[in-house]
Design a protein around this ligand. Structure first.
Ligand code: TA6
Length: 304
């Protein structure tokens, strides 16, 4: 985006005391939000929420210091959008894992200063020949974000065609934690999950999730809130959700993080992914003319 385009974007959508657009890392255009409740940065590429930090709190999202910020490259951390499929493409392994939404350009469609002091932003995925070649359905995707004392993220998919399509999706959220050894995840006790580490297997969660090695699990048929309890900074992060039947929990641990090359040596210790989505058995059929909306609401509270 050239300077004049950035100027026009700010003329249309900047709101003093809430949001302005600027060139961010790697030359990516970002919306910089700063209001009385929180600060946040959202890249237009992928409508990628990179940061969210409520005032007086440590960052809630983890963003790798070793991430590659470049056009077409997925940002390591924050909230990558997995859409219109989750994981490898069901039929064509050459297509990008987790779909294309997180690496293509989205446009800022709307910004609003809310009465409670929060900031609302709406983004739309920009379709191209390349996206239509991967996803030959008449559809649209929008991301509606409210940055306040909570972070509300709604992923809205419309089927504008005359045939149903199967949708896989996830808000692949990376959470900042003090240290993985001092953290538990509650809310998924008793849930069935697909264990993707080693031989794929179906298992049932016994008790809270404690992480001491690679974890890569798709919890199925659950609409439960998840609670990340971080003893290191005495904070509980709550992930509530609507119209999401899968929750993915992931930590790459040492070897996989090293192989990925954008975690840094100790990055895996300071993060965990808890992803609200619809994946595997829970993919969604969107009927012609229908809209499907998945919502995640992230909030933090003191851990007594
Ligand atoms: O959500 C967990 C997962 O599917 C892992 O298997 C791992 O691949 C992770 O996503 C990150 O994928 P990415 O394509 O962003 O490197």
């Amino acid at each position: 985006m050239n300077h004049a385009e950035l100027e026009s974007l700010n003329q249309r959508l900047a709101i003093s005391g809430h949001v302005r657009f600027k060139e961010g890392p790697g030359g990516l255009i970002v919306a910089e939000i700063a209001n009385t409740h929180a600060e946040s940065m959202i890249a237009l590429q992928g409508a990628h929420i990179m940061t969210w930090q409520p005032r007086g709190q440590e960052p809630v999202l983890w963003l790798s210091r070793f991430g590659k910020f470049a056009p077409g490259k997925s940002i390591r951390g924050g909230v990558p959008i997995c859409w219109p499929w989750f994981g490898p493409h069901a039929a064509d392994a050459k297509l990008p894992g987790h779909g294309f939404a997180r690496t293509v350009m989205w446009e800022a469609l709307e910004t609003r200063a809310l009465d409670d002091g929060a900031t609302f932003l709406r983004f739309g995925l920009i379709e191209t020949e390349a996206t239509r070649a991967q996803w030959p359905h008449a559809s649209s995707a929008q991301l509606l974000v409210t940055v306040g004392a909570e972070l509300r993220i709604e992923l809205l998919t419309q089927n504008a065609g005359n045939a149903p399509f199967q949708l896989g999706e996830a808000l692949h959220t990376y959470f900042h934690i003090h240290d993985v050894a001092g953290m538990e995840i509650r809310g998924l006790e008793g849930c069935a999950y697909l264990d993707k580490v080693g031989e794929p297997a179906r298992r049932t969660q016994q008790g809270p999730i404690v992480i001491g090695s690679e974890v890569d699990r798709i919890y199925l048929d659950t609409e439960a809130d998840c609670l990340i309890e971080d003893r290191g900074i005495k904070r509980r992060t709550r992930i509530a959700k609507k119209n999401s039947r899968s929750t993915v929990v992931w930590n790459p641990w040492i070897e996989k993080a090293e192989k990925m090359g954008d975690f840094g040596a100790e990055g895996y210790r300071g993060m965990v992914c808890v992803e609200s989505g619809n994946a595997a058995d829970n993919v969604v059929t969107v009927q012609p003319g229908e809209a499907h909306s998945m919502l995640a609401v992230i909030s933090v509270e003191a851990l007594a």
